[in-house]
Every structure is written in structure tokens, then in C-alpha cells.
Write a protein that binds this ligand. Structure first.
Ligand code: ADQ
Length: 510
């Protein structure tokens, strides 16, 4: 599809704080753009490929020349059918909007960690200014029939700013992190502005029913007598004569892609090598972005307690902890890295011996094939965030567990719990004694039970994969305009159908 054809249709405009790419200079000083990773990229790339459209976001670097950036970005999207549009942030904006308001206020507060918040008023000014900047950037580009989908906590006020700029198109908003209970939310000095600002969207989407319930309770507290109608996934209300939908849509992964790639011989061989090299009966895997919400120190404490209380685990069970660096310039994150590394060396010093290392640790981004091999090699996934919007790692592990005999230990405070509670061993990550017991239970679990549980987990993720998520959200917000807007799952069905037709025609030929 050529860009000019595209522009006559209702394009999808995705807006997120970061563009789904990483820009860095290579050894010779030349700028290089590489594909980003993570849930949002996995979810949105196929939609944009199918529909064409635009992704607006910050490049991840302070300042920068727009033309140079645009040329770089255009070169990466040449054959993709969609385009990237950079938003340029100054150093002060990066400090106050991104590191400050987003990551020192909204992130900890929305993860129930209020004591980590720094309610600096200067951050609020920058937050509003940058949300306005994103809105202005959208305004410059948008056409009347475009659909706008704004993502995550950094951009909760972009809708309000767009309305003030006179944009009346339908706008959807999805919050990837939890929404806190009213008790916590109302601690925020700018609670009314944020809540009212979010109501500028036509659809406000959350990860779980609990998040939506918290939001609705906050609405009841500030709009006395508000009527919220409906049941099921999407509720509706009217404020100032505008209809607003409020729903929950658990994000997921491309299950088929994960499962297909995990089955490849090269992944199986690599997984076997990892198992041989680790040389233990039970490999326990932790995979996280470096973040205090992921509960890594608590998990390590539980692992240490398990080795102490159940000495039979010593020598035959190892934890493989992968951590991808994140927000490393923020002092609290550097402190966390140090804490984790000290804890690991303490456990290894206390229990390790020649031929057996209790904790293996990698602090870097792992490429996709290698990550799949780790997932396949692991007997137990140890996923214990203190609080998490969803947690895609839990879903990725199950999808990649093509042998169907892995065990998932999952925090009851991860959004993924709602869909995975039947097959997983659920734990309270703060209760390290119970977590240690769950680890032992996983180690001792017989093959029949492992298989039954993993089958349940995989079935649930397969049924509600990322395509289901995108369709459910887009239909809820753009339902009246969806004529001629193909559902992604339709595409899949067509793909499967044509594959089946192809198969039967081969049979016919024989
Ligand atoms: P995150 O907090 O980033 O996402 P998560 O959902 O677990 O958390 O996604 C992490 C992604 O990073 C996964 O795709 C994983 O494969 C990848 N990853 C982790 N460690 C890695 C490593 N060492 N190397 C390479 N890749 C690694 C936010 C919210 C979540 C929500 C998602 C999507 O905090 O709650 O599930 O958005 O909405």
C-alpha cells in the first residue's frame, strides 16, 4: 500500500512515550536504529503492518535534530507500510516529565509503593507541558478520519490537550500498569486533574477488572450520583454530554509465534546446551526488567530460604536470573542493581561449591532466540512481582514451553493471575516462607500434574492472545467506524483457511 492510498483511509495513529526503536551510535560514531522489544511492540507492529499508519513517540534521547531523526526513522520503516514520527524532548523535560512525574510519581504510586513517590511540583508542570507537546505533534499530522490510540501512564493528559486543540476524533487510551485503589490514588496532589483529564478519551482501557473497579470507584467519589451503565468488559457513562466507555482488556502475546519459534531445532539444541552446562536437575528461571516492582530481592530471599529450609534442593536446583537493564540513570535503579548483585553473591558464597552454583545471573538484554532457549530449558518459571499490570514474561514462558512440562510460580499481584490462576502456583511475593514452600512444591510436582497445569495455562493464553486484545480494544472504541477495518483475528482465520485449502488441494492432487 502506498502512503497516498493510506492517507485516504482511517489510519491508526499509535502514540506512546517511546517509539518502538532504540537509537544509538555505533563504534564508528554513526547513528544506528534497532528494533525495540517488549509487549507494546509485539502487539502493535502487526496491526500497523496490516493497516498502515503512524507511530508517534520519543526517540529515547534528549534533544536531537528533527530532520536527522526523521531520516533515520524513515529508513527503518521503508518497507513496513507504516511510519514513525519523533517527538523531541529537552533534557529538562526528560528529567522532569519522564524520570520525574512518570517514574518518580505515577509509576510507584500506581504500583502501591507510595513511599517511593517524590511529589515535586516542578514535575507536574513538565508533565502537562510534554503532554501538550505530544498533542501538538498529533495535531500537525492527524487527518479527519484517523483513529488515535494513546498508550500508558506517561500520556494520560494527551486526550485533554487534544480536545482543547479542537480535535473531536475518537480517541482510545490504554493503561499498561495497574490503576490503584481510591485510598492510594487520592494521595496524588493532582488527582482531580488526572482523573478528569482521562475522561477526555472515548475509551479508557485497563488490564484487569480490579484496575477498572478502582477507577470506577474514584469516579464515584468525585462525581456524586454518576450513572455507570453496562456489564461485562465495557461499561459506559456520560459526562458533560459525552459518552465514555471504560473497559478491561488483558494484554497478551503472539502465542502462535512464540510456540512456533520455540519448536525450532536451533532453539531446542540451544536449550539442551544450557541444561547440560547448568548441570542440575531443576532450572528455576527469573526474567525481569530491572525494577523494584518486579520483586527480585524478595525472590532471592525466598530462594535463599528454600535452600536453607529444604537442604535436599542444594546441589540439584539453580536459579537463573536474567535482568534487562532499565532506567539505569535513575539512582534508585542503580541502588536496586547493587542490592540484587550483593544478595546473589551472598547466596553463592553461602551455599555454592565446585560443580554447583545456586544463582546464575545475567544483567543484559537477551536476543529473542536465546530468551526462547532459556524459557525452554527452564523447569520452573519464578515470576513474583510485588505488583504488575500484566506480566508478559509469564505468558511467554508458557507459550514457549512446547514440551508442556514446566511449572509456573506466579505472584497473585500480577495482572496475569486473572487468566493463569488455574494452572499456576500462586504466591504472595512478600511471604517469603510461602514462596519457598511453593518452590519446593514445584520441584516435587509429578509429571502428570505439571502437564495438566501447563496445558490449562497454554490453552488460556492461546485463546486470548495479542490479536484478541487488539481487536477487543479497537472494536470497543471505534465500533461505529469499523466498517472496512479488518479484524486481526479475521486475518488469522483467513490465513488458516487458505492454509487448509492449500493442504486439501495438495491431497486432491495426490
Ligand atoms: P514491563 O514492565 O516491561 O511492561 P513485562 O510485561 O513482563 O513487563 O514485559 C517485559 C518484556 O521484556 C517481555 O516481553 C520480556 O520478554 C522482555 N525481557 C525481560 N527481560 C529481558 C531480557 N533480559 N532480555 C530481553 N528481553 C527481556 C509493562 C507493564 C506490564 C505489562 C506490559 C505490557 O509493567 O505489567 O504486562 O507493560 O502491557
Amino acid at each position: 500500500m502506498t502512503p497516498s492510498e493510506n492517507e485516504t483511509e482511517n489510519r491508526l495513529i499509535i502514540v506512546s512515550n517511546r517509539l518502538p526503536v532504540t537509537i544509538a551510535r555505533d563504534k564508528s560514531g554513526q547513528w544506528q536504529v534497532s528494533e525495540g522489544s517488549g509487549g507494546l511492540v509485539t502487539a502493535m507492529a502487526p496491526v500497523l503492518r496490516d493497516r498502515g499508519g503512524l507511530w508517534i513517540g520519543w526517540s529515547g534521547m534528549a534533544n536531537g535534530d528533527r530532520e536527522t531523526l526523521k531520516n533515520l526513522l524513515d529508513s527503518t520503516t521503508e518497507d513496513t507500510g507504516y511510519r514513525f514520527e519523533p517527538v523531541i524532548l529537552t533534557e529538562e523535560e526528560v528529567d522532569h516529565f519522564y524520570k520525574g512525574f512518570s517514574n518518580e510519581i505515577l509509576w510507584p504510586l500506581f504500583h502501591d509503593l507510595q513511599t517511593r513517590c517524590n511529589f515535586d511540583p516542578a514535575y507536574w508542570d513538565a508533565y502537562q507541558r510534554v503532554n501538550r507537546k505530544f498533542a501538538l505533534c498529533i495535531c500537525d499530522i492527524i487527518k479527519a478520519r484517523d483513529h488515535i490510540w494513546i498508550h500508558d501512564y506517561h500520556l494520560s493528559l494527551v486526550g485533554r490537550e487534544l480536545r482543547e486543540l479542537g480535535v473531536y476524533s475518537k480517541i482510545g487510551y490504554f493503561l499498561h500498569i495497574p490503576f490503584p485503589s481510591p485510598d492510594l490514588f487520592f494521595k496524588l496532589p493532582w488527582r482531580f486533574e488526572i482523573l478528569k483529564g482521562m475522561l477526555a478519551y472515548d475509551l479508557i482501557g485497563f488490564q484487569t477488572l480490579r484496575d477498572r473497579r478502582n477507577f470506577v470507584q474514584c469516579l464515584h467519589l468525585i462525581y456524586k450520583g454518576i450513572v455507570i451503565r453496562g456489564r461485562g468488559k465495557v461499561l459506559r457513562t456520560q459526562i458533560d454530554g459525552r459518552e465514555i466507555s471504560i473497559g478491561w482488556f488483558p494484554i497478551s502475546i503472539d502465542y502462535e509465534e512464540f510456540a512456533k519459534n520455540a519448536k525450532k531445532d536451533e532453539v531446542r539444541e540451544r536449550a539442551e546446551t544450557i541444561q547440560k552446562e547448568m548441570n542440575v536437575q531443576h532450572i528455576v528461571l527469573g526474567v525481569d526488567r530491572l525494577d523494584y516492582t518486579k520483586g527480585i530481592p524478595e525472590r532471592l530471599a525466598a530462594f535463599e530460604l528454600a535452600l536453607e529450609q529444604y537442604p535436599e534442593l542444594q546441589g540439584n536446583t539453580s536459579l537463573l536470573q536474567l535482568v534487562v537493564p532499565s532506567r539505569v540513570h535513575i539512582p534508585k535503579y542503580m541502588e536496586l542493581q547493587e542490592k540484587v548483585e550483593i544478595q546473589i553473591s551472598k547466596i553463592n558464597g553461602r551455599f555454592g561449591r565446585p560443580g554447583w552454583m545456586p544463582v546464575h545471573y545475567m544483567f543484559r538484554a537477551i536476543d529473542n532466540r536465546e530468551l526462547l532457549a532459556f524459557y525452554r530449558a527452564a523447569d520452573i518459571a519464578f515470576i513474583t512481582p510485588l505488583k504488575d499490570g500484566m506480566n508478559l514474561v509469564a505468558k511467554e514462558y508458557c507459550a514457549a514451553n512446547v514440551d508442556g512440562n514446566g511449572v509456573l510460580i506466579l505472584s497473585e499481584f500480577a495482572g496475569a493471575k486473572d487468566q493463569l490462576h488455574r494452572g499456576a502456583l500462586l504466591v504472595n511475593p512478600y511471604d517469603i516462607k510461602a514462596v519457598a514452600q511453593a518452590l519446593r512444591q514445584a520441584v516435587l510436582m509429578d509429571l502428570h500434574q505439571r502437564k495438566m497445569r501447563m496445558q490449562t495455562l497454554r490453552k488460556s493464553i492461546r485463546r486470548q492472545d495479542v490479536y484478541w486484545w487488539v481487536d477487543a480494544f479497537l472494536e470497543a472504541v471505534f465500533v461505529h467506524k469499523l466498517k472496512g477495518f479488518p479484524r486481526l483475528t479475521d486475518h488469522l482465520e483467513q490465513r488458516h483457511l487458505s492454509y487448509r485449502q492449500m493442504e486439501s488441494s495438495y491431497r486432491h492432487d495426490e
